[in-house]
Design a protein around this ligand. Structure first.
Ligand code: FCB
Length: 435
């Protein structure tokens, strides 16, 4: 009889969300302002009432528990907790205490992200991360928030995807603040790493038992051919998007292209774990007509399985679940325990996701069996939500949301995830439905 593939005892089976994408009613951050500008968001969507979590998340959290999960990653909204520079709102903290209490009551261990793409308009108006005192401002917010919530949560993510935040907002200009200035993108990443290090130090001072990490987006880069220029460009993109940040965490110094070896105070040793967000890979080919993309064209090769289309008709990405093993191996160079803080794909009809989910978890299991210290998985996402510039058009949820009626429906992948989470194991390879 083939044996089920067991995960380590205490493995965290979670789902992940972010404040602005699910809470609803957030009007005081830079994303809400961006959404009001015509043409910024696909189909003119806004986050609006989102999934209504600020009023009540009870129904969705109860579903998370019914799915057999034992953890949930969410983020707090800085613009609610500190609505004006230096003014903190006890009622907002009270609401987050209620949410975390609810999670714990359902047997779900919370992981809280302190900055998941959004921050207050007042912080943006002061120059956001380019302001001389940005790190100080962020650390003040972190101190207040963590001190107020740390009896309910011991897993903290300082910043979600510094590289994606900086490149989308300051290089490609497709997210707020819509800048196209490479030097600003680089400076933003450096500032975010300084903010992370200072926040991690603040959290550890509040309570030495709290576990701190950041969530790094890894998008695999493969050369489109064996030609030297394609290989060079793939390696370059891999360094910019994936490796430079991991090396900075490992060494405490800024690696190219984010810097030339400058030390960031407190960065080395700042993390207890590394969070990895993995979705897909790109193929990379040299393209002399694309200076803005560092002379590369990134694409999905014809014939490869792809997920849903984004606003410009290109697919969200190749369906490449086995790539998570490479992402784990890459992040392992930091030498710390790992959490997969996001994994997922958009698939409204849930046609591809079930097999993709099992293949992803199978690859995670293989890496753990090979000795990698992966402590948990947080699936993106629990329930369909506001997908940034893609608006409401890319449903990532294990649970489908009907926005008109507010109805929720557990997708087949949700039921599969539930079975794996409950058993803390995947069915043996070769069993029906295994992969
Ligand atoms: C990640 C973000 C998350 C979500 C997924 C699909 O880059 O962290 O908020 O939008 O992509």
């Amino acid at each position: 009889m083939p044996e089920p593939r067991r995960f380590p005892p205490g493995f965290l089976w979670g789902t992940a969300t972010a404040a602005h994408q699910v809470e609803g009613g957030n009007q005081q951050n830079q994303w809400a302002q961006w959404e009001r500008q015509p043409g910024r968001i696909r189909a003119g969507d806004t986050a609006g009432d989102a999934c209504g979590w600020w009023r009540s998340a009870s129904r969705d959290l109860a579903l998370a528990a019914e799915l057999g999960t034992n953890a949930h990653r969410l983020s707090v909204e800085w613009s609610r907790i500190e609505p004006a520079d230096g003014r903190f709102d006890a009622a907002a903290i009270g609401r987050y205490r209620e949410l975390l209490g609810e999670l714990r009551g359902l047997g779900l261990r919370p992981m809280v992200t302190l900055h998941h793409f959004t921050h207050p308009l007042w912080f943006e108006a002061r120059g956001a991360w380019a302001a001389a005192d940005a790190v100080e401002r962020f650390t003040r917010f972190v101190n207040y928030t963590v001190a107020a919530l740390c009896d309910l949560c011991d897993l903290w993510v300082t910043i979600n995807e510094p590289t994606i935040f900086a490149l989308q907002g300051y290089l490609l200009g497709v997210w707020p603040p819509g800048r196209r200035a490479p030097a600003e993108a680089v400076a933003t990443i450096a500032a975010l790493l300084r903010a992370h290090a200072a926040a991690a130090d603040a959290i550890h001072r509040i309570d030495g038992n709290l576990q701190v990490g950041l969530a790094h987006h890894i998008r695999l880069m493969d050369p489109a051919s064996r030609r030297p220029l394609d290989r060079l460009l793939a390696a370059l993109h891999d360094r910019v998007l994936n490796l430079a940040l991991l090396d900075a965490l490992r060494t405490g110094h800024l690696a190219l292209p984010y810097g030339v070896g400058q030390r960031i105070t407190g960065l080395r040793g700042s993390c207890d774990f590394v969070g990895v967000n993995y979705y897909t890979r790109d193929h990379v080919a040299f393209d002399s007509r694309a200076p803005r993309a560092f002379f590369a064209r990134r694409f999905v090769p014809p014939g490869a399985p792809v997920s849903a289309a984004t606003h410009d008709g290109t697919p969200y990405g190749e369906v490449y679940p086995q790539g998570v093993a490479r992402a784990i191996a890459m992040a392992a160079r930091v030498g710390l325990p790992l959490y997969l803080t996001e994994l997922g794909m958009p698939d409204a009809d849930d046609v591809q996701r079930p097999a993709m989910l099992l293949a992803t978890l199978g690859a995670v299991h293989r890496m753990i069996a090979a000795g990698h210290d992966v402590r948990g998985v947080f699936w993106w996402t629990l329930v369909d939500n506001f997908e940034w510039a893609e608006g409401w058009q890319l449903p990532f949820g294990l649970i489908a949301l009907d926005r008109a009626s507010g109805a929720r429906r557990v997708r087949r992948s949700g039921a599969l995830y539930a079975a794996v989470a409950r058993a803390n194991a995947l069915p043996a390879t070769g069993e029906r439905g295994a992969e």
